[in-house]
Structures are given as structure tokens and as C-alpha cells.
Design a protein around this ligand. Structure first.
Ligand code: AHR
Length: 532
């Protein structure tokens, strides 16, 4: 019975004694309802991190990167040439290498992207002045001089201390071309390709593990049907040989977004011949504005909602993979992901040069949490792209370089590399905008080899801070510390004039007592905590 009904009953009751009893019941019901409403309003977000559990490793390659011959990613980004006044080592920018070493970049994918299926590697070897040019038809129809080729890329990976990941040409290349590329790079003995490599100045072969057989072959890589590509994949991959102790990890082109049919056909027809498969998903931009830095809360909400969709994609693609590969031998490698805004005003639309704000940092934090939590299947991911293109880590302008908010997230999250994922149970409120809502918080946690626990948290709400009570059964840590990335404005970003507007700061709004951590996450923030 509701209070209103009790009031009606009270009006009808004649006996004074019954009236008193009814008044007491009404008062009691009111007090009860007030206290439950207050409880619902202030119910804190709760998180349990099973520090006593955990079996899967977060492959450091989830923190991988992607660099394409697109706009100013390679030229002006990584490569300035040996004669440049910009400090470089054999043509590669020193400032960029230093910055990327700091975030421990584990793997770098190259040369594309759509460019990969137009790239003919033999044009990019030998004396640079003799290399033929080509038109980069996908990206701005500019002339590519091929000054950055196989030797330069592998030198870059050595300077960065990361694994190279090469994507071969299926769309417009041949099997022989791809087969010879592997021989050129990895064969130690005497052979036409190994001799050519030596003639070009490199005696010892390189090791290259990750090898992609085409890119987006459902689209720019040849507009193929999955049945046709699956057969081509089987054919091309047959001739990718292991030479001189180098073992290739063969990677098939995966689906675009929610194309579950592509995943089904590829796993069914070619699953046993591959080591990895590569879904791609870009989470676009805002709802009304596609600008990277001029947007409203409606755009913020939409962008984060689209980023959260990665959870569904990974779960559903994993379920299909589980059907054909229950042992989880084949890795899911999300080798292109990130935001895709309008290009910066006045720049070449074919160069995909965009700014990067706090909103991009939230997208990175949310997405990396999703990958961490699915590390039983997701073994690599490559954000698109490293420099000056899409959701970049670094922006350059001649000799200047700035680090983006996304860079800072990769820096903060590097503590998860090769750590053991800890199971989490999160009960959190919703961030509501208009008629729609999404969870306020995103989280993942891991234990590193020294036993330290790291928790990465995002507060998606741009207006409200979030209280969180975190239980850590099994944690032995005594001391906690943290870093936070946030700003006053949703649109905050770094510029060449103000390069430090947004960067990670010490986070102190927490209390650790026994196995309970209480914290307040600022609105629109990414926080990483360490418990020692
Ligand atoms: O990253 C930009 C482009 O997006 C890549 O070249 C292509 O693979 C994808 O469509």
C-alpha cells in the first residue's frame, strides 16, 4: 500500500486510536522511503578486484602502433632524411624516437593500411636517388619518392626497440613478390634476394615475426568476398617461408566492424592456416560536430558510446573464433582502431591530420581497458596512427613536436604490458545524456611481475566526479600512488604554442586501508593507480 492510499484510509477512519496507529505507520513509511531514495542517490560505485586471482597475460602488443605512408606520418613524422637540420639518426627523427621509447612501443605495423596493397617493396630499396616514385592514389594523390623503404623501416624498429609488423600486398601484388620480400629480409644463406640485400648494405638478415597477408581486402585491398579472400589467403600464406630461424606469425585480413560473416568464413575456411586475424574498427567522431576540438557534450557522449561498442565487437568476434578455435590458438589483432575526426582546417583532406583532445584520451583509456579485459583472445592492437594521422600519439610541425592526450594514456597504461590480468567486478552508475545512458566508469586491472597491482579507471561523465569503493581481496600492498589525466574543458588539447595544456599529474584523491581503497575520480578523467 502506498502513502497516498494510507492517507485516504486515514481520512475515512473515525476511531482516534486507529487514526494514531495509521499516522505512525504513515510516518514510518515516509522515513523509510526517504532513506532508501537517499541511499539510491548516494550509492557509491563499487569495484572488486580479485588480486588473489588472474591467469591471462596482457600481451604488450595490445599497446601496438600503426604507421602508413599517409599524409605526414612517415615523411615529416618519422622520416626527415639524413640532410635535415632536424636532429636525426640515419634520417629518422631523434625526438620522435625518444618519445616513443618512453611509452615502450612494443610493435609497429607498416607500410599500410590501404597503401600496403599498392606498395611494391622493390621500389623502396637501393640508393635513394635511384628509387622510382609512385602516386599515392589513396592518400592525397601525392608523389611518393620511396625514400623510406624496407631498410629504413627496420632501422626505425631497431631504434625504437620494437617488433616490426609488415603488411604485404595482396590487392595488386603477386605471390612471388611477397615470397621474395620475406627471403630478402630474413634469409641468411646465399640466394638472389639475400645477395640483393647485402648489395644494399645489410649483411645480416633481420628477424620479422609479424606478417600480414593484405589489408582490408573487403575494401581498399581488392573489394573481395570473404570466400575469395580466404582462398587467396591460403595460397599466399603457403609461400611465406620460415628462413634462418625466423618464424613467421601469419596474419589474415579480418572484418570491418560488425561484419561477423567475414569472421565466420575466414575462421571456417582458413583458421587453421593463420596465427592471427585483424578486425578493424574506427569509432568516428561526435554526433553533430566532427571537429576534433570544437564539440558539445552531445558529441562527447556519442563519441564515448561508439568507443564502448568495441566491447560488443570483440565479444561477438571472439565467440565466432571460439567456435572454430576453442583452444584460442589464433590471436585477434585489432590492428586499426581509434577516432576519426574532420581534418584540421586548411589541411589536405587526404592527409587525415586531426587534433587530439581529452575526449580522445578517454576513447583510448576505454578501448585499452576493453582489450586488457579480453586479453585471452586479443593479442595485439594497433592504434591508427602514430604521428600526424588520425588518433596520433605525436604531432609535428617542422622541428617542433607535441605529445597528445592519447600519448599520455599510453604512457600511463604501459604498466599493464605483459602483466597478469586481474578479474574485476564493477557496479557503477550511469552517465545519462538526454534519453540515453552509458556506464559512468570503465576499468581494468593487472598484477605485474614484481607483484604490484595497477588499476586503470576512466570517468566518462564530463560534469560529475565519481566516488568509488574498491575492494582488493588478496592484495598485500601497503602503499598506493596514482596519476591522473584530466582538464577543465572537454575539448582541452595541446598545441604547438601551448604543448603542456594537458598532461598526466600526480593523483592523490584516494585512501588505502587494508584491502579497501576509496577514491574520488574527477569528472572526465583517466586515472592509473599503483598498489605496492
Ligand atoms: O588508417 C587509415 C586507413 O583506414 C587505412 O589505410 C585503412 O586500412 C583504413 O580504412
Amino acid at each position: 500500500m502506498k502513502c497516498d492510499d494510507l492517507m485516504k484510509l486515514l481520512a475515512q477512519t473515525v476511531s482516534v486510536r486507529n487514526k494514531v496507529v495509521l499516522i505512525m505507520i504513515i510516518l514510518f513509511a515516509e522515513i523509510l522511503s526517504m532513506s532508501t531514495t537517499a541511499e539510491a542517490k548516494s550509492k557509491p560505485n563499487e569495484l572488486v578486484i580479485r588480486a588473489d586471482k588472474g591467469k591471462d597475460t596482457i600481451n604488450r602488443n595490445i599497446y601496438g602502433h600503426f604507421s602508413e605512408h599517409l599524409g605526414r606520418c612517415i615523411y615529416g613524422g618519422f622520416w626527415v632524411g639524413e640532410d635535415s637540420p632536424i636532429p636525426n639518426t640515419r634520417g629518422i627523427r631523434n625526438d620522435v624516437v625518444q618519445a616513443l621509447r618512453r611509452i615502450k612501443m612494443p610493435v609497429l605495423r607498416w607500410p599500410g593500411g590501404c597503401f600496403a596493397d599498392e606498395y611494391h617493396w622493390k621500389d623502396g630499396i637501393g640508393p635513394r636517388e635511384k628509387r622510382p616514385g609512385m602516386v599515392n592514389t589513396h592518400w592525397g594523390k601525392v608523389t611518393e619518392n620511396n625514400h623510406f623503404g624496407t631498410h629504413e623501416f627496420l632501422d626505425l624498429c631497431e631504434q625504437l626497440g620494437c617488433e616490426p609488423y609488415i603488411c604485404g600486398n595482396v590487392g595488386s601484388g603477386t605471390i612471388l613478390e611477397m615470397q621474395e620480400w620475406v627471403e630478402y629480409i630474413t634469409f641468411d644463406g646465399k640466394s638472389p634476394m639475400a645477395d640483393l640485400r647485402r648489395k644494399n648494405g645489410r649483411d645480416k638478415p633481420w628477424k620479422v615475426k609479424y606478417w600480414g597477408v593484405g589489408n582490408e581486402n573487403w575494401g581498399c585491398g581488392g573489394r573481395m568476398r570473404p570466400e575469395y579472400y580466404a582462398d587467396l589467403y591460403r595460397r599466399y600464406s603457403t609461400y611465406l617461408r620460415n628462413f634462418s630461424g625466423n618464424r613467421l606469425y601469419k596474419i589474415a585480413c579480418g572484418p570491418s566492424g560488425a561484419n561477423y560473416h567475414w569472421m565466420e568464413v575466414l575462421m571456417r575456411e582458413a583458421g587453421r592456416h593463420m596465427n592471427g586475424i585483424t578486425p578493424h574498427y574506427y569509432c568516428g567522431s561526435g554526433k553533430k560536430s566532427r571537429s576534433a576540438t570544437r564539440f558539445t557534450e552531445e558529441d562527447w557522449f556519442e563519441q564515448l558510446k561508439r568507443a564502448l561498442y568495441m566491447e560488443e565487437l570483440v565479444s561477438r568476434h571472439s565467440a565466432i573464433m571460439d567456435k572454430y578455435d576453442p583452444e584460442k590458438r589464433v590471436g585477434m589483432l585489432v590492428d586499426e582502431w581509434g577516432t576519426w575526426h574532420q581534418v584540421e582546417p586548411g589541411t589536405n583532406p587526404g592527409f587525415l591530420y586531426q587534433q587530439n583532445s581529452l575526449r580522445d584520451a578517454l576513447v583510448a583509456g576505454i578501448t585499452l581497458n576493453i582489450f586488457n579485459n579480453h586479453c585471452d583472445r586479443v593479442r595485439m592492437a594497433n592504434i591508427a596512427q602514430t604521428i600526424n594521422v588520425l588518433q596520433a600519439m605525436i604531432l609535428t610541425k617542422d622541428e617542433k613536436m607535441i605529445l597528445t592526450p592519447t600519448y599520455h594514456v599510453f604512457d600511463m597504461y604501459k604498466v599493464h604490458h605483459d602483466a597478469t590480468l586481474l578479474p574485476v567486478e564493477l557496479e557503477c552508475g550511469d552517465y545519462q545524456f538526454g534519453e540515453e545512458k552509458i556506464p559512468t566508469l570503465s576499468v581494468s586491472a593487472s598484477r605485474d611481475k614484481t607483484g604490484n597491482i595497477h588499476i586503470s579507471l576512466c570517468n566518462l561523465d564530463p560534469k560529475k566526479s565519481a566516488e568509488l569503493i574498491c575492494k582488493l581481496p588478496g592484495a598485500r600492498g601497503q602503499k598506493a600512488s596514482g596519476r591522473v589525466l584530466t582538464a577543465d574543458a572537454m575539448t582541452a588539447h595541446n598545441t604547438f604554442d601551448n604543448p603542456e595544456t594537458i598532461s598526466a599529474k600526480a593523483f592523490r584523491d584516494f585512501k588505502l586501508k587494508g584491502d579497501t581503497l576509496k577514491l574520488t575520480l574527477p569528472s572526465k578523467s583517466v586515472v592509473v593507480l599503483e598498489i605496492k
